[in-house]
Design a protein around this ligand. Structure first.
Ligand SMILES: Cc1cc2nc3c(=O)[nH]c(=O)nc-3n(C[C@H](O)[C@H](O)[C@H](O)COP(=O)(O)OP(=O)(O)OC[C@H]3O[C@@H](n4cnc5c(N)ncnc54)[C@H](O)[C@@H]3O)c2cc1C
Length: 327
């Protein structure tokens, strides 16, 4: 079966993988000169199915657990060390509220904190530990996925080539253009996210840390070579260009609140992009003849895409239907 995938973000790449696993002959079209340089490039890479349930619908938890299993099965990049959720002592009621709205966590005190994250034990006496969560480096993962598709499955990736579904010839076309697909998905909106990459040798973290914060719930994800991704703002906007001074101040303040040594860190990168989202922040598969539109991953790109892609591939290859996402 001849398959075309438009867009080489996380949604397009994992869709190509699921189709190739089922014997599809896949060509991916990407408008940029390199794969995965859209919204997917700026993600934290947290696979936080349980933490996300604090504000998301149960479907996200279900998709998240399936996606975690996909990443673990196919890639070696997944770090399974859980997530720590922190609050300054004055915001302890917020931490209790977070605990009440989530599950699969345990309370940790100072001794356990010292064992899990020694650099944070002095400032945070108590935290919530979500042991079953994981994280990955999105950029390494996208590159590995691209290489796997080309090397193991003979997938063709046509870069620097913007197309619409009407331009390509295939038995089935998966439209994975993210926020750019709003020409055919008028109910798609943008949720802008700004992020930083800091570098310091003065702080060591083994796992993502979330700080409950009155305005921005900030997280810090450790990456290789003393790098830390600090994210992310959530702004109702389709503007992917402007990083505001206010956002910079708030992200840096929050990082400083987690550990003062972040105040001396080098700012290696600032990034901004737009999360594609529908009104309920849940992903969708929309069928339109031989076109399937896979979109609305919101802040659950790595958490949701593999599970959405598996469903999309089974619609096409096995004639199944999935009412939970076909809306
Ligand atoms: C700051 C930030 C932090 C985030 N953190 C997390 C996180 O920790 N965990 C998580 O799970 N999610 C996270 N997300 C969300 C996640 O990044 C998105 O949900 C996901 O990247 C959306 O993927 P996508 O493939 O749909 O879109 P994109 O990554 O935008 O991919 C769409 C691709 O289509 C291409 N394209 C567009 N138009 C055309 C065309 N006409 N022809 C060819 N190609 C085209 C684009 O160039 C792009 O490469 C975060 C997002 C942001 C912004």
């Amino acid at each position: 079966m001849k398959i075309a995938v438009i867009g080489a973000g996380v949604m397009g790449l994992v869709t190509a993988h699921h189709c190739a696993l089922r014997g599809g002959r896949v060509t991916i079209y990407e408008r940029r000169p390199e794969a995965g340089r859209g919204c997917s490039w700026y993600a934290g890479g947290m696979l936080a199915a349980w933490c996300e349930m604090e504000s998301a619908e149960p479907l996200i938890g279900e998709l998240g657990l399936e996606s975690l299993s996909y990443w673990k099965t196919h890639f070696s990049h997944v770090v399974e060390k859980g997530t720590l959720v922190l609050a300054p002592p004055r915001d302890l009621p917020d931490l209790k509220r977070f605990a009440a709205r989530t599950h699969a966590h345990e309370w940790v005190g100072r001794d356990a904190m010292a064992a899990l994250e020694p650099d944070l034990a002095e400032r945070f006496e108590t935290a919530l530990f979500f042991k079953g969560e994981a994280h990955l480096d999105p950029r390494d993962t996208l590159d590995a996925l691209r290489q796997k598709l080309i090397g193991d499955y003979g997938v063709t990736i046509v870069m620097d080539h913007a197309v619409t579904p009407n331009d390509v010839d295939a038995d089935h076309i998966f439209d994975c253009r993210g926020y750019e697909a709003r020409d055919v998905l008028p109910d798609l909106r943008g949720v802008k996210g700004e992020m930083l990459i800091l570098r310091t040798k003065e702080v060591s973290l083994s796992r993502p840390v979330r700080l409950l914060h009155p305005r921005i719930p900030v997280y810090i994800v450790p990456r290789a070579d003393h790098h830390f991704m600090v994210g992310a703002t959530m702004i109702e906007s389709g503007d992917r260009t402007r990083f505001s001074a206010r956002s910079m101040v708030e992200l840096l303040n929050a990082a400083y609140a987690v550990h003062p040594a972040f105040g001396e860190a080098e700012i290696v990168e600032t990034g901004t992009d737009v999360r594609p989202a529908f009104a309920d922040n849940l992903p969708r598969i929309r069928r339109d003849g031989k076109i399937l539109r896979l979109n609305g991953l919101y802040r659950h790109g790595y958490l949701g895409a593999p599970a959405v892609a598996r469903r999309a591939a089974e619609i096409v290859f096995e004639g199944k239907s999935f009412p939970e996402v076909e809306r």
